[in-house]
Write a protein that binds this ligand. Structure first.
Ligand code: AMP
Length: 363
């Protein structure tokens, strides 16, 4: 199914990613219809229509499927049953497979390992006894994570020398978990890439991410890695896209490690959606990640990912957003606010991007 201008994209989820997807769709003459349980959320302002309903409300989902030409999602915790129900009625891109393989950390790590990609060592943790055995196997430090619903460091805990393993287990439980060996990484990077309906793949340059209190604080593109590492990251993203028969944009988060063989990459996780580390592409690349996703799910040709310079993106988290006036006063900064009415600590309120034009001699 290839969309014509004027067609409607259904988006599951109503956060800032949905908002920026809706804005990109508008640019291309497409409409959006948001489906989400929240009564107030950033994406609604940008969309032509909304359905406020639970993800298991089948009557509402059936009406939504009737009203749209294709469905996508802007966060990965949409229940797979919701996507399966919709997929019987309307094209869903990316499909249920991408969601199912990535929303559970154990399934995701197993999928990546089976592709021959390097991940942190990991073990399934079903109860406190299994955790004790897993810690003995993987050593300390290690990171205990809930298999599902983790984001921005929520649902994870570090097990150090001297940590009481049973107590750490209780703080996260009761939920299925995974233990990961600690990766002593040099930096964190991510690659945002897209695959079209016809199977064409376009990746953005590898970017580098700094987190503060487990939340993405800054992204810079390109990442400070060797050309070989940058190319390897794009190759990994391509491999993941192919394996999932993916249509749309995804992000692969990786750790850069250094050993006696030199620089290497370890895959941390895959986000089956547009990603915070790709926000720099709005001003910093020929085609933004949001437009790229819209093009892909519409069945349209992908755009060029060419960088327009060196880019830096800063998230505005909590009270950072109060600086909007000062940011506006700086001519080289581009301000994005997500329309969230209430400032809360750790809440992503907006972001700021700066692009430094590169001349061939300093590029
Ligand atoms: P995640 O939710 O898996 O992306 O983890 C959030 C953050 O925790 C990552 O961005 C890393 O900074 C850190 N982290 C996660 N897993 C590991 C690991 N196995 N070793 C070291 N740091 C990790």
């Amino acid at each position: 199914m290839i969309l014509s201008p004027g067609a409607t994209i259904g988006i599951l989820g109503a956060g800032q990613l949905g908002r920026m997807l809706a804005m990109a769709a508008l640019k291309l003459g497409l409409r959006t219809h948001i489906f989400a349980p929240e009564a107030a959320a950033p994406a609604y302002d940008a969309a032509a229509a909304r359905t406020v309903a639970a993800f298991d409300d089948e009557a509402a989902l059936a009406r939504f499927a009737e009203a749209v030409d294709v469905v996508t999602f802007e966060f990965e915790n949409v229940p797979t049953a919701t996507v399966e129900f919709l997929a019987e009625r309307v094209a869903v891109r990316p499909g249920v497979r991408a969601l199912a393989q990535t929303q559970d950390r154990l399934t995701e790590k197993t999928f990546l390992r089976d592709l021959g990609l390097k991940t942190a060592p990991f073990a399934k943790v079903e109860d406190a006894g299994a955790l004790v055995r897993a810690v003995a196997e993987l050593g300390r430090p290690a990171i205990l994570k809930t298999r599902r619903f983790g984001y921005d460091g929520k649902g994870q805990s570090l097990i150090r020398e001297g940590s009481n393993v049973a107590a750490v287990h209780r703080t996260l439980g009761p939920a299925p978990m995974i233990l990961e060996g600690f990766v002593a990484f040099e930096r964190e990077v991510s690659v945002v890439a897209a695959r079209s309906l016809e199977g064409e793949i376009v990746a953005y340059d590898l970017c580098e991410n700094e987190h503060e209190r487990h939340i993405l604080a800054r992204t810079r593109a390109p990442a400070r890695v060797s050309p070989e590492t940058a190319a390897e990251a794009k190759r990994i993203a391509g491999q993941v896209l192919e394996a999932l028969e993916y249509v749309g944009v995804l992000a692969v988060e990786l750790f850069v490690v250094r050993d006696r063989h030199g620089e290497g990459l370890i895959v941390n996780e895959v986000a089956p959606r547009v990603h915070n580390s790709g926000h720099w592409t709005i001003e910093g690349a020929q085609t933004s990640q949001f437009e790229q996703h819209v093009r892909a799910i519409a069945g349209w040709p992908l755009g060029a990912s060419t960088r327009r310079g060196r880019a830096e993106m800063h998230n505005l988290i909590g009270e950072d957003a109060e600086e909007w006036r000062d940011i506006l006063a700086q001519p080289d900064l581009s301000l994005h606010l997500y329309g969230k009415l209430e400032i809360r600590p750790d809440r992503k309120m907006g972001h700021v991007t700066r692009v430094f034009p590169e001349t061939p001699s300093n590029g």
